[in-house]
Design a protein around this ligand. Structure first.
Ligand SMILES: NC(=O)C1=CN([C@@H]2O[C@H](COP(=O)(O)OP(=O)(O)OC[C@H]3O[C@@H](n4cnc5c(N)ncnc54)[C@H](O)[C@@H]3O)[C@@H](O)[C@H]2O)C=CC1
Ligand SMILES: O=C(O)C(=O)[C@H](O)COP(=O)(O)O
Length: 382
C-alpha cells in the first residue's frame, strides 16, 4: 500500500508505518503524477486536493490532519466515492491559547484589564465557543455571532453589527465562497473602515476572510502615534506570499501557526489514523499519548504575594509567548525571500506544548485567581 504523506505531518511513521510504505512530499509541490499510483493521501492545509491533482487515481482514502477543509474539493471526492476525513477540533485549544497569549501581551502593552473589555467572536464553532467560555471565565464581556447556528436555533448569539462594536473582534469561521453566509472578504473595505481607532482585530482562521489590501490601507491611513487600532494576523491572503507592507504594520504577525501546538498537531495525526483504520477496517493500535514526550515546562508556583494579573500573564507567556513567533516573522522583512521564509518558519516550528501540560501551584491565593488558572486549562493545586 503506497501512503503519500505531507512531510510536515508529525509522527507519520509511528502511526502509519505498519499500514503501508510511506512516501513524503512537500505540501505545495505535490504533482498529479506522484498521486497516480497512491492508495492513501495524507495532506495538510497547503495542498489543494481536487480533480487536477487526483484525476482518476484509485485512492482508498484522503486525510487532512487539519481542522480547515477549504483546500479539499469534497464534492469531487464524493463524486469519485473516495472516503475522506479531516480532524475537527484537533488544534482548537492551540488556537485559543494563541489568542490568549496575544491578549495577554496587548493588555500589558496598552495597559488594560481584560475584565474591562468586551470581545466579539465571529464563528461560534469549536474554536470560537471554547474561546468564548475561557474569556467569559476571565471576566470579559463576550458576544458571539454565528448566523448558521442562529438559524439552527442556537440562543444568545448576536448580529455581526453588534459584535463589530466590541473592543476586541476575533475571527473563527471557515473560508467559504458560497452558501447563505459566505466568509470570503466578510471583513471587506466598508467593514474595515468602520473599525474604531481603539479596537483590536484578530484573525486566526483564514487569510481570505479579511480583505488584506483594505486592511493595509486602513493601517496606512491611521495616525501611528494616536491610534490604538491593533491587528493580530496569523493568516494571510495569498500565503506564503504575504503583503510586506501589511506585515510591517500589524502588531502581531505570525506564519499561520496558531494551531501549531505539538499536542494539537499530534492529535490531528491521531484522528486521521483512526479515520483511516475505520475506513479500511483495521484495528486501532496507537494513540498520540504514546508518542508525546515530557513537556519542557511542567510546573509553576505562585504565592499569596503574587498579583493576579501578573501571575496569569507570567504563566501564559511562560507556556507560549506569541511575540517570539511575531519577532521571527517580522525578521523576514529584512530578507528578500519572504515566501520561502514563511514556509521555513512553519517547517521548523519549535515544540510548543498546551497549557494543560503545566501544573500550577497556588498557595493561599483567592479562589478567583484559582478559577482563572483552571479556566485557562492549567492543572492546579494548592
Ligand atoms: N490558524 C490556524 O492555525 C488554524 C485555523 N483554523 C481555522 O479556523 C476555522 C474555525 O475552526 P473551528 O471553530 O474548529 O471550525 P468549526 O467548523 O467548528 O466552526 C466554525 C463556525 O463558523 C460558523 N460560520 C460559518 N460561516 C459563518 C459566517 N459567515 N459568520 C459567522 N459564523 C460563521 C459555523 O456555523 C461554525 O459554527 C477553521 O475552519 C480553520 O479554517 C483552525 C485551526 C488552526
Ligand atoms: O487546522 C487547520 O485548519 C490549520 O489551519 C492548520 O493548523 C494549518 O497547518 P498546516 O496544515 O498548513 O500545516
Amino acid at each position: 500500500m503506497k501512503i503519500l504523506a505531507d512531510e510536515n505531518i508529525p509522527l507519520v511513521h509511528s502511526f502509519f508505518g505498519s499500514i503501508g510504505d510511506i512516501q513524503q512530499f512537500s505540501g505545495r509541490e505535490l504533482t498529479a503524477r506522484e498521486v497516480q499510483d497512491a492508495d492513501i493521501l495524507l495532506v495538510r492545509s497547503v495542498t489543494r486536493v481536487d480533480e487536477t491533482l487526483i484525476g482518476d487515481a484509485p485512492l482508498k482514502f484522503v486525510g487532512s490532519t487539519t481542522i480547515g477543509l477549504d483546500h479539499v474539493d469534497t464534492e469531487f471526492l464524493d463524486a469519485r466515492r473516495i472516503p475522506y476525513a479531516n480532524a475537527p477540533a484537533c488544534n482548537s485549544d492551540s488556537v485559543v491559547e494563541y489568542v490568549i497569549s496575544a491578549l495577554s501581551f496587548l493588555s500589558e502593552f496598552d495597559d488594560f484589564k481584560l475584565e474591562d473589555k468586551s470581545i466579539g467572536i465571529v464563528g461560534y464553532g469549536n474554536v470560537g465557543s471554547r474561546l468564548a467560555k475561557v474569556l467569559a471565565k476571565l471576566g470579559m464581556n463576550v458576544k458571539a455571532n454565528d448566523p448558521i447556528l442562529a438559524d439552527a436555533g442556537e440562543k444568545d448569539l448576536c448580529s455581526l453589527e453588534e459584535v463589530m462594536q466590541c473592543d476586541i473582534i476575533s475571527l473563527h469561521v471557515p473560508l467559504t465562497h458560497d452558501g447563505p453566509y459566505p466568509t470570503y472578504h466578510l471583513f471587506d473595505e466598508p467593514r474595515i473602515a468602520a473599525l474604531r481607532d481603539n479596537q483590536i482585530l484578530i484573525n486566526t482562521c483564514r487569510g481570505g476572510v479579511i480583505d488584506n489590501q483594505a486592511l493595509r490601507r486602513k493601517l496606512e491611513a491611521q495616525n501611528a502615534q494616536k491610534s490604538r487600532f491593533r491587528v493580530v494576523l496569523d493568516v494571510w491572503e495569498h500565503e506564503p506570499n504575504v503583503d510586506r507592507a501589511l506585515l510591517e504594520l500589524v502588531s502581531i504577525a505570525t506564519p499561520h501557526i496558531a494551531g501549531y501546538s505539538y499536542d494539537g498537531k499530534a492529535r490531528g495525526t491521531d484522528m486521521i489514523y483512526q479515520a483511516l483504520c475505520r475506513t479500511l477496517g483495521l484495528p486501532v493500535r496507537h494513540k498520540a499519548a504514546q508518542f508525546l514526550s515530557e513537556p519542557p515546562l511542567s510546573k509553576l508556583a505562585f504565592t499569596s504575594q503574587a498579583d493576579s494579573r501578573w501571575a496569569l500573564n507570567t504563566a501564559i507567556q511562560a507556556c507560549y509567548d506569541v511575540r517570539m513567533d511575531s519577532w521571527r516573522m517580522k525578521a523576514l522583512l529584512q530578507r528578500e525571500t519572504l515566501g520561502s521564509g514563511f514556509d521555513a518558519l512553519r517547517r521548523n516550528y519549535p515544540v510548543r506544548r498546551e497549557f494543560f501540560n503545566v501544573k500550577v501551584q497556588l498557595k493561599n491565593v483567592d479562589s478567583d485567581l484559582f478559577n482563572k488558572f483552571r479556566a485557562l486549562g492549567f492543572k492546579t493545586k494548592n
